[in-house]
Design a protein around this ligand. Sequence first.
Ligand code: FE2
Ligand code: FE2
Length: 176
Amino acid sequence: MQIYDILKQDHEEVKSLLNDLIALKDDDEYRFVLVDEIKGALIPHSRAEEATFYNTLRAVDADKSIVAHGFQEHFEAESLVRLLQVKDTLDVEWKATAIKLREVLNHHIAEEESEIFTEARKMFSADEAESIGEAFTKLKPKFINDGVMKSAVDLVINMLPPRLADSIRGLDSSKH
Ligand SMILES: [Fe+2]
Ligand SMILES: [Fe+2]
């Protein structure tokens, strides 16, 4: 499957979980389960998307501002997911945060599926899009059990130019 179709499937999954969450009553305890599921779906998706799709786009010299904008929106969405977890625990205003998250994600996904996919289709052949899809599918499970800190470090690494990213990655592995 080409990377575009795989990413779209993930997008639909996150959107539907978020709709389910927002449809709950304010005091429905099932929200804790859904917030965890949203985080568990969104963060590995974003890390694998950055590492395979965005970074390949950057490497072939696609419009860098589009990619940078995408990274920025991942950061924004994840900050909201974490805020949602905190607010949820404290039992305040979680729904307003969930609605804001839906707004940010719908915007990001629409942009990704239009502008970024269009740019990518100019850069990658069908075979290449298949290979990127395969790489994404293999890589994503590796991010599933990572903690918040590891994920934040990976986000920073993905955002850096490859030359600088390698030195940070080196620092990280020397600690373990
Ligand atoms: Fe995505
Ligand atoms: Fe994305």
